[in-house]
Design a protein around this ligand. Sequence first.
Ligand SMILES: [Zn+2]
Ligand SMILES: [Zn+2]
Length: 294
Amino acid sequence: MKRDSGITGNYHTHTRYSDGKEEPQAFVEQAIRLGFTHLGFTDHAPVTFANKWSMCWGDLMGYQQKIHLLQREYADRITILCSLEIDYIPGVSVPFSHFQRVLSLDYTIGGVHLVRHPESGQLWFIDGGSEEEYAAGLEEIFHHNTDLAVRCFYQQQIEMLQQERPDVLAHFDKLKMHNKGRYFNDDSPLVHTLQKQLLQVAKKQGTIVEINTRGIYKGRCKELYPSERLIRCCVEEKIPLMLSSDAHLPEELNGHFDETLYIMKQIGVKEVVGFSDGKFVLTPLSMGAGRLAG
Ligand SMILES: [Zn+2]
Ligand SMILES: [Zn+2]
């Protein structure tokens, strides 16, 4: 990634500590090759039930120690940040403050990957590897009541921003990934209203909204998370935006960044969030001095 783009890092990265594929060091080496000045590690925080994608509770301190070791080893070449992508599931997930306190995180990313049915409490996994699993969950848990499922997905994110106050909101319209226009209309008045409500809360809470490129470079979705229409809403509402690749492999660290930057500039995005002097700041897309985010 060229430095003159204004993008000097990636703040959403998964390693072998959760569902990523390589040791943290391999990502650091690649980030340096790309000319990044910052790299944020955000493995999936442990959850209270068995699964294949989150970190084990027993690995938490080892994760922190590994990142602190790399911070010291590479201090003169790159700034490395310790974070987690934390799931919010009402009544199930551990408070974000627990992880912040135990690991002294530099920042937090909040995400909803499991949608809780308000009555049965069953969890619909919307981010699994297969469309079949998504369809089965919608049928067995929400009994094809797609309006309720969509409402719960957005309401859960609103609650997350209000109660857990993550610094960054991850891929907030990812429900569309396996939907592919089949079960609900992603352009319906209901969806637009819920998205608008979520963005109003993000604005009020000073949450950074992520533009996540993973769906495109993995060939799982034709659009960014969130879609261009929603990026335009963020610009109009002056909500700070961050460009993230959600990398699970070192070679994905700048996945689809050049193309996305072009789209962002077309939409009218003038600044993106990056880390500087211990905090997130807004930096012009064409190089220049940063200013405080939010
Ligand atoms: Zn995620
Ligand atoms: Zn992620």
